[in-house]
Design a protein around this ligand. Structure first.
Ligand code: CTP
Length: 401
């Protein structure tokens, strides 16, 4: 892109998160962008046109025609380097997926030739509804990039997925994806994520708190860099679908091993972020175990160490492991790096607030087999995924030269 300012067309829909959009406009302008705003009629209920016109220094457009004048949506679509719909309500997402065109924002969407990104914002049940998820998948399949939503307290008082991403995150994501390289084009990236589950009987299993968020963030980042991505994800993780990557759902450590082995040969980068059970019951009861008066114990046997198995078969693959530690973190991580024959290991410590399972953030260190040690701040898992893949790419380039 040339040195002229990045031109952002911001579409605002009727969601409570619209109250954050003057801040979003400001953040784009602070980042050197020029911003024009188009709003749906119901966005007017949540944010004032006057505020948006003042911060964007441009007239806010809401109707296909204004006082006898036609607002040219084709021109707006051509003017913009990126069209961002934030917040994107369930209603507008559905209309975008269907190609409905009953307001100026939707007309802009249908005529936009630039990158289109949406930041969904709605209540968690609306977000997880199969209809909304189908609409989001349809849009993703057509190249629309989704930013968020984040998880947290919602306007309804419920807690979960559905919050619009913070304005600073949206600006970072938009600018990054406009300047994104195809650095992993034609590369095969395989990522394992989430927990494994080891059955005790037909109704019980041994597992852990992993939700797969870090692995999903890595898979999405690799996809953005142009890679062919395969995600091997534990069934115990949050349901995740993405039509642009191959997803294999597995349950036990044994199943994850088999899925990993069958994808390993063709992988250029293999990232093992799954939380694999180290032990599995020696015998799985075929019927539900009934309680007795006495205490009981279950005899456990070791599961295969997937990463060590891959490490012993490694040829040209760049192999990345994770280490979750509570003490002697660096020492344990270094041991794992060497013992499992890895190129790099990502360490997260449960001692760090905001790091670890089920959070949207993580604080990591990266250790590689050349003795480099990098320590990072607490960041969103999306940003952590960028740091991890940046370092993996650095090693890959060094290995080629
Ligand atoms: N791992 C694996 N197979 C296992 C256990 C772990 O592939 N059966 C992988 C994890 O996905 C991670 C790395 O090995 O990438 C380190 O996992 P971690 O649980 O931190 O360590 P362990 O090797 O299990 O050792 P310990 O439990 O003693 O810390």
């Amino acid at each position: 892109m040339s040195s002229q300012p990045t031109r952002i067309l911001l579409g605002i829909t009727g969601s409570i998160a619209a109250y954050k959009t003057p801040e979003l406009v400001r953040a784009f302008i602070k980042a050197g962008c020029e911003v024009k705003v188009v709003i749906t009629p119901s966005a007017n209920d949540f944010v004032s046109e006057l505020s948006l016109a003042t911060v964007s220094k441009n007239e806010v457009l809401g109707n296909i025609h204004n006082e006898g004048q036609w607002n040219n949506h084709v021109e707006l679509g051509m003017w913009a380097h990126a069209f961002i719909v934030a917040p994107a309500s369930a209603n507008t997402i559905a209309k975008m997926a269907q190609g409905i065109c009953d307001n100026l924002l939707l007309a802009c969407f249908l005529s936009a030739r630039c990158k289109v990104m949406i930041a969904p914002a709605m209540d968690l049940d609306m977000y997880h509804h199969a209809a909304t998820q189908n609409n989001l998948n349809t849009l993703r399949q057509r190249g629309v990039i989704t930013i968020g939503p984040a998880s947290g307290e919602l306007a309804s008082g419920l807690i979960g997925d559905g919050r619009m991403e913070e304005p600073s995150t949206i600006v970072n994501e938009v600018l990054r994806s406009l300047h994104v390289s195809n650095s992993l084009k034609n590369k095969q990236v395989v990522i394992t994520a989430g927990p494994t589950r080891e059955a005790i009987d037909p109704v019980r299993f041994i597992s852990n708190h992993s939700t797969g968020k870090m692995g999903v963030a890595l898979a999405e980042e690799a996809l953005q860099r142009g890679a062919n991505v395969k995600l091997i994800i534990g069934k115990g993780a949050l349901g995740y679908t993405n039509p642009n990557m191959e997803i294999s759902c597995v349950d036990t450590a044994e199943e994850m091993l088999n899925a990993s082995l069958s994808s390993f040969e063709k992988a250029d980068i293999f990232i093992m972020s799954a939380a694999v059970a180290d032990y599995t019951p020696e015998h799985v009861a075929t019927q539900k175990i009934k309680k007795k008066e006495d205490d009981m114990s279950i005899s456990l046997k070791r599961t295969p160490d997937i990463l060590a198995t891959l490490g012993s078969k490694k040829k040209n693959q760049l192999l990345v492991g994770f280490a979750l530690e509570t003490n002697n973190e660096l020492e344990y991580a270094k041991n794992k790096l060497e013992k499992k024959n890895l190129d790099m290991i990502v360490l997260n410590s449960l001692q760090d607030a905001g790091a670890g399972f089920a959070t949207d953030t993580n604080k990591i260190s990266i250790l590689d087999n050349e003795g480099n040690e990098l320590h990072f701040e607490l960041k969103t898992k999306k940003m952590v995924a960028i740091d991890i893949l940046n370092h993996a790419e650095k090693i890959m380039i060094k290995n080629i030269n």
